[in-house]
Design a protein around this ligand. Structure first.
Ligand SMILES: [Zn+2]
Length: 463
């Protein structure tokens, strides 16, 4: 297959380093808050991608780190009056729970930074030995000028690479403005670990390379993450690992997912447009979220709006309706039906062909819709047989091992007329007109819906 590689700036043929084995590392979350739908975009993409690689015969080892020590974690723990360890472990649990909810279960190993302090220290020691790192009065830093290829992934030069330093990298005593922190001497009451340099805690970039080295060795196949991690995070990872190993490249393929914006704006708590995965799942199913994400090319941006979620839901319903209808076909035909066969073969071939070319899920999904359209048209005049229907359903299930969009239950939103009736009932209840409110409730129930009075108001669920 071919995949777009940030490192080369083009689509490259995916050739694993060793035979059929693919080692895939994806940057995981910093666990200090609930994950939002922007995180979901990246993790759904790589979940589906890893499942695809497995399905076409690669032996994939999908590794993800969990950043459980970091400035943001320390700050939030202080705010809440609990230890950083407790806060991180709570949000790690929430993260894993949310991933399970959205059917992200393709990760083979989650590795926490604090479980790999020994490996982190070993990498820093080697960087110090080789002269790529130096000690200051507040920790150990990486000297970006020493690494000739710094900036190659992001097309920046070391001199220009001074803009994106985070708080942990901030110190007056470092050599170059863009130098980043490998080890930080902890302030009083901050978490700290013993090390040959000083008691302290690791920087952010070093945890990924230490974890990757432990499970993969010094070079591996694919590194993935969100686009905003290219600089400085991934640049720093390359500088660390390639300086240690003396080998290039650290990862053969670099895959970066596109951003998710909310009505063209960046998602941010200060804009009030922050949507956690849980917020989303209050209104829509996990399948809608996966479908919404996979309808776009993995490296393209998504602009989210209520409308796009509704469109995704409607599209999914169309697929489910089709599958359910096929399951009811009872016609038997001797010799089978050629027209149905042809439609299936063509679109099935296209489906796999599109995934093979840069994991193009939107095109693959469009092949599924083309099949739906053509089979529906055929069914109107010359219905397909039970066997063919079964083959089509099997194909959809095979596709769904990657996409994870077919829900089990048929869920549809309440129609507008019911919403209106519910609003009327609320009005009657406010006016203490219990009889009329109750009459409406009965009518709604006759239509197959149930009213549940929650603390957020009355909601309709299907019986
Ligand atoms: Zn990372």
């Amino acid at each position: 297959m071919k995949i777009f590689n940030t490192l080369t700036g083009k689509k490259d043929i995916l050739t694993p380093i060793a035979d059929k084995k693919i080692n895939l590392f994806v940057c995981g979350p910093t666990v200090y808050d609930l994950p939002h739908i922007g995180h979901a975009k990246t993790y759904i993409v790589f979940d589906a991608f890893a499942k695809y690689l497995k399905q076409i015969g690669f032996a994939v080892f999908y590794l993800q780190n969990i950043t459980d020590i970091d400035d943001k974690i320390i700050a939030k723990a202080k705010e809440k009056g609990i230890t950083p360890k407790k806060l991180a472990s709570e949000f790690e649990k929430e993260y894993l729970e949310d991933m399970k909810l959205i059917k992200v279960d393709g990760v083979d190993k989650y590795a926490k930074a604090t479980d790999h302090i020994k490996e982190i220290i070993s990498q820093i020691e080697r960087l110090l030995d080789k002269g790529y790192a130096y000690k200051t009065d507040d920790g150990v830093y990486y000297d970006i000028v020493k690494f000739k290829n710094y900036g190659r992934l992001s097309n920046r030069t070391a001199l220009r690479a001074q803009d994106a330093v985070s708080r942990i990298d901030d110190t007056k005593t470092k050599k170059n403005k863009g130098d980043f922190c490998l080890w930080k001497i902890s302030k009083p009451e901050e978490p700290e670990w013993e090390s040959p340099f000083s008691k302290g805690r690791p920087g952010w970039h070093i945890e990924d390379t230490a974890i990757a080295e432990k499970y993969f060795g010094l070079q591996y196949d694919i590194h993935g993450g969100a686009r905003d991690l290219i600089f400085p995070h991934h640049e720093a990872e390359i500088a660390q690992m390639e300086a240690i190993s003396g080998k290039r490249p650290m990862a053969k393929y670099w895959m970066h997912t596109g951003f998710l914006t909310i009505e063209t704006r960046k998602m941010s708590k200060s804009y009030g447009n922050f949507i956690t995965i849980r917020d989303f799942l209050q209104k829509y199913s996990p399948e809608v979220l996966r479908f919404l994400v996979l309808k776009a090319l993995w490296r393209s941006p998504i602009d989210y709006s209520e409308k796009s979620a509704e469109e995704a839901r409607a599209g999914l319903e169309k697929i489910m309706e089709f599958v359910n209808k096929l399951a009811e076909i009872k016609i038997r035909k001797i010799g089978g039906d050629e027209a149905g066969q042809k439609i299936l073969e063509k679109n099935k071939t296209d489906f796999w062909k599109f995934l093979d070319d840069d994991f193009n899920t939107p095109k693959a999904i469009s092949a599924m819709f083309k099949l739906i359209k053509e089979i529906n048209k055929l069914n109107d005049k010359n219905p397909i047989c039970k066997e063919r229907a079964f083959e089509i359903i099997s194909f959809f299930h095979e596709a769904d091992k990657i996409l994870g969009i077919l829900g089990k239950e048929k869920k549809s939103p309440p129609p507008p007329t019911l919403k209106k009736m519910l609003a009327d009932r609320e009005k009657f209840r406010k006016g203490k007109n219990w009889q009329s409110a109750d009459d409406i409730r009965k009518k709604i129930e006759e239509l197959g819906w149930k009213i549940e009075d929650t603390d957020k108001g009355a909601v309709l669920t299907k019986n």
